[in-house]
Structures are given as structure tokens and as C-alpha cells.
Design a protein around this ligand. Sequence first.
Ligand code: 13P
Length: 343
Amino acid sequence: MNTSHDELNAVARRMVAKAKGILAIDESFPSIKKRFDSIGVESTEETRRAYRELLITTPGAGDYVSGMILFDETLRQSTARGEKFVDALNRQGILPGIKVDTGSKPLAGFPGEEVTEGLDGLRARLTEYKNIGAKFCKWRAVINIGPGIPTPGGINANAHALARYAALCQEQGLVPIVEPEVMMEGDHTIDRCYDVTVEVLRRVFAALSDQRVLIEGTILKTSMVIPGKKCPRQADVQQVADMTVRCLLNTVPAALPGIVFLSGGQSAQVATEHLNAMNAGGKTHPWPLSFSYGRALQDPALKTWKGQAANVAAAQKALFHRERMNSLACAGQYRVDLEKQAA
Ligand code: 13P
């Protein structure tokens, strides 16, 4: 191993430094096209570059953001003035990260279940990413809830891939973000989400242990325990926070440097409220609980930008506001009335 355990642990701890979280801007080509379609902007190499420049160069972001997860194309791009995005991030004290999976596909023999691909050739890609300047990586597994799914076989396939990926990252001196996402699609109850998430996290940490992954050099990115979008019985903020923390306490080793959440389709404000409730009231957990949102951080900025250069400053303000709100939520100090400061 080129990088010592201590170095991996130091990077992992920086990723979840006090009151800081991670901005996910690693949308694949189909995902960014979907986001751009929603504001009527064509997805081209240049529009993607311009949008990512806006996100990467938002003034003051380094106060609240520890790292950004980029997509392969983005890691190689530069600002309009010719500064490499990686250099722009480092200048602000923000760690550059990279999504390294190649997406999820139907799992053969398991109708309705998916498995994430990208292990073939991964070692060589990681070496290249490390040379370009990445400090950490991300791999997302998709777990769907439905009648009879997920199955043990489906969960195990994803846990195994996550663990193989994590071991390869650490071999290359990169901190792996291990991301099992239990999807919000469906009409399942919050109790069903709890049971599935417990099972998934147990199998993921068992697989990490089997593959000799250093827990002190790993970050968990997980979904919250939340009812399906179509469940008639929705949960309040406190219930989501309590059940999510209980789920994590029952499954995640205390040696893990930190846990960050994805937003998974929650609105920007609700995602902040959930994180805040988990950290409010002087609650202590063995790990920092922080954010690694994509949509819940970007959406207000995307809608403000609309593809127009004239809107960049206003869009950056909107992003900065969400970064600040979520930073406060890491300390349990967010209040809904602070949203008014957005303008
Ligand atoms: P969302 O917060 O939009 O779910 O995205 C986070 C992410 O990185 C999903 O892999």
C-alpha cells in the first residue's frame, strides 16, 4: 500500500471536518441531461463545464464544503480562465473527489434488482485519477424496495462490489465513499425502509471486513430511513431523524470517521431539516453526521442559473446559502427562519 493508514484516516477526517460536508456534482451524462432538460438547457461539453465552474468557484464555499465529488469529464476540465478545476478546488481548501462506478444495471436472475458496474479496469483508472489529483472516490449501489425485494442475493452482490471497490481505492491511497442507496420510490412504510437499511448496512460492513477494508479510512454515504414517496403514511422530521440514527447505531462501527447523507429526492429544505434534527439537542453519536447532497444543494442554483451567464452570481448565492444552511445543520443550529436570508 502506497499510502499509510494514517494518511487515509487524515483525508477521511477532513471530509467530515466540523460543520463541513460534501457537494456531489458527479452526475453522469444521462443524469445531467435530465437536470438541464428541466431548465431548458442543452447538455453539451461546454454547458456542463460552465455549470460545474459555477458550482466549483462559488465564493466562500470552502467554509462549509470539505470536498466535491466530480464526474470523469469534470475532473479533466478547467475554468473559462484556464485554471484546472482540481487546482481551483485545492486553492479553496476543498478536496477533489471522483465518482468511479459506471452505473447500475439490472442484476441477472433478480427481477427488479440492480447491481453497480465498474470493477473491470478500476485499478488503472484509480491510478490515473490519483495522478490528476483526486483524494477520494465514490461508488453508489442502488437498492430498490418492492414486493419480495431486495433479496439477500441482490444485497450481497452490491455489498461485494462496494467492498472490492473500497479495497482497490485504499490500495491506491484514495479514501472510498461507500454509498448504498435505499431508494425512496415505492409505497413502503418507514418501518420497511428501516428493516431494509439495517440489513443492507450489516451486509455492507461484513463485506468490507471480508475484503480487509480499513474502516478508519472509509466514509459511509447512506440514505435516510424514510417512507416511500407513495406511502400514504409520511413521517415527520423527528421520526426520520430518530429512526435513521437508531439504524446507524445498530449497524455502523464506531471506528468509521464519518457518515454523510444523500438527499435522494427530498426537497432542499427538508433534507436540511432532517440532518439538523439528527444533530440537534446536543446529541452525540460516535461519528460526525454530515451531508453529501447533490440535488438538495444544487436545485435552487440550477433553477436560478437557467444557462445564462448573467445569472451566475445569483446562482452562486443560492448555492452558498444551501451550503451554509447544511453546515449549520451539522451542528444542530439550523432554523427554518434562516431561510429568509436566501435573498
Ligand atoms: P442526491 O443528493 O441528489 O441524491 O445525490 C447524491 C448522490 O451523490 C447520489 O449518488
